[in-house]
Design a protein around this ligand. Structure first.
Ligand code: SF4
Length: 527
């Protein structure tokens, strides 16, 4: 599992060392003073220059404002060296990176801008050490040692702030508007819900960022994805992003950052916005974001790493000033009507292969010729027929969790659906909170009792069955109704296991009915 330093391109790392030198030089310049201040709230500093500069008339969208403010230099080839405000790391994609630093005798450039947690391999049942899985134990031991050796804060299993990295960052107030945020995980896009540039990076980039707090990136174009209107009862943020991906395709966002705008997103809570931005990567976008507004400010107030007192007020003014104005320019704009979105379920092997729950699966003859091969492959793998309804598809497992849908609002809504009902006898159903704090809050509200009375298993925090790098795996051809974000072949631990993505409320209803159900028809759901 671990890659050694020699497996990773030496050339890339020589560049990283060069970058370190560049940054060291720039620390002494006025430019670096500005750049370093942009994400300074986590360090208790804030920069008046940023606020004054951001108040000038500006037709740039938020993405380009934040990108420009974090630019250390632009290379002759057009790549930008971007300063990274926050680097989130976890146990799976960091061991190799620390190994590289040791080999090169490098330090972590900004340990105070680097936060580690453990999530992917964490068992959500028996967490006694050593873990039963040798590889999981090896990864856990490695991150413990690495964080101790390099002075990085680790939120481990003994820390009640531990959880899925994309739940923990926002929960702690580490994620803030105007930041550049990276993590060795695709769903780093989640953090864009706050109006940050949040990008998933590869393992070798993790080493680069650890060593230099910068990385080289090509600036993507920006597409504004507008959804206007009120969501109908039973339609959630998950349905909105599944609908967008269905319409634009899994490759539709390649080369773009997505700005989600319009009255539908304006009305969403921050947790709902995180669900949307989380899956922007599934639509091919480099990242997704929503402009900061009063909802953002209210969420961040009082969080452990949020600025305090007058610093918070100054930060909030700056955050709001970053939002794309009415005259902001975009490379592309697409507009959808929320009235056309219904509870949505994936039926295939990509997140774009979805239908409204009342709709039939596509007929092969009715889709574009270039899509027919993939649709045939998906139908065969899933054991479904063209034109059949998705409603009524039998499930074996129900999973509520993942960085897409494991927060308090998700668990509250799912608990509301299941209360007073019983999980179908043939269904295994589990609820996995996104963090220890979510778990504790849910238990304080008695949600675990509701889930357990219905027949759900109530687990410890972690990624669980989203990726199945832990004991939570599908078996054989099982079909799972899942609130996670990927339905690729083998994603949930069995090469032949099948995943149907949907909202947590729809997973709850499917668990009770034993098959895909329309939440709008589920007893008591629409009160
Ligand atoms: S919950 Fe799933 S998508 Fe999210 S960080 Fe964990 S494995 Fe990745």
């Amino acid at each position: 599992m671990f890659r050694t330093a020699t497996e990773i391109s030496g050339a890339r790392f020589h560049r990283a060392e060069h970058v370190k030198n560049v940054l060291h030089v720039r620390k002494t310049t006025a430019i670096s003073a500005l750049v370093l201040s942009l994400c300074a709230a986590t360090r208790g500093i804030f920069c008046t220059f940023s606020i004054e500069q951001a108040s000038m008339p500006d037709t740039r969208n938020l993405f380009n404002k934040v990108w420009d403010l974090h630019t250390v230099q632009t290379l002759p080839g057009g790549q930008t060296q971007l300063f990274i405000g926050l680097h989130l790391i976890h146990e799976v994609t960091s061991p190799q990176a620390f190994e590289i630093l040791r080999d090169r005798q490098l330090k972590v450039a900004f340990p105070e801008r680097t936060i580690a947690t453990v999530d992917h391999i964490v068992p959500t049942g028996n967490q006694a050490r050593p873990f039963l899985d040798d590889l999981a134990e090896q990864m856990m031991s490695a991150i413990e040692q690495n964080c101790a050796d390099f002075g990085v804060t680790l939120l481990d299993l003994k820390d009640d702030r531990q959880g899925i990295v994309h739940v923990v960052g926002p929960e702690q107030g580490l994620t803030q508007p105007g930041m550049t945020i990276v993590c060795g995980d695709s769903h780093t896009s989640t953090h864009g819900a706050f109006g940050s540039i949040a990008i998933g990076i590869g393992t070798s980039n993790v080493a680069e960022v650890l060593a230099t707090q910068t990385m080289f990136l090509n600036r993507p174009k920006v597409r504004q994805v507008v959804v206007n209107g009120e969501l109908a009862p039973g339609v959630y943020a998950k349905d909105v992003i599944l609908y967008i991906i269905q319409k634009l395709g899994v490759q539709g966002g390649v080369g773009y950052a997505y700005e989600f705008a319009g009255s539908t997103f304006d009305a969403m809570s921050i947790e709902e916005r995180m669900t949307v931005c989380n899956m922007s990567i599934e639509g091919g976008a480099r990242c997704g974001y929503i402009n900061p507004d009063q909802t953002t400010v209210d969420y961040l107030k009082g969080r452990p790493f949020s600025p305090k007192g007058a610093d918070f007020d100054r930060a909030a003014a700056w955050w709001l000033s970053l939002a794309s104005g009415d005259d902001a320019q975009f490379d592309d704009v697409v507009v959808f009507d929320a009235a056309n979105i219904e509870p949505t379920v994936t039926w295939g092997i990509t997140p774009a292969q979805s239908v409204g729950v009342s709709q039939p699966l596509p007929r092969i003859s009715e889709v574009a010729p270039e899509e027919q091969t993939l649709i045939r492959e998906a139908l065969k793998f899933m054991g479904l027929e063209e034109g059949q309804p998705i409603k009524g598809t039998k499930i074996d497992v129900a999973f509520i969790g993942s960085c897409t849908n494991s927060r308090m609002s998700d668990l509250r809504e799912a608990a509301r659906i299941v209360e007073g009902h019983k999980v179908a006898p043939h269904v295994k159903a589990i609820v996995v909170p996104g963090s220890q704090l979510v778990r504790r809050q849910a238990m304080a509200e008695g949600l675990h009792l509701i889930f357990e009375a219905a027949g759900f298993e109530w687990r410890a925090a972690g990624c669980s069955m989203c990726l199945a790098m832990n004991p939570d795996k599908l078996q054989g051809r099982e079909v799972c109704a899942s609130s996670s974000n990927r339905n690729f072949k083998g994603r949930q631990g069995s090469p032949t296991g099948r995943t149907l993505l949907m909202s947590p409320a729809m997973v709850a209803a499917a668990a009770i009915e034993g098959h895909v159900a329309d939440i709008r028809e589920f007893a008591g759901a629409m009160v």
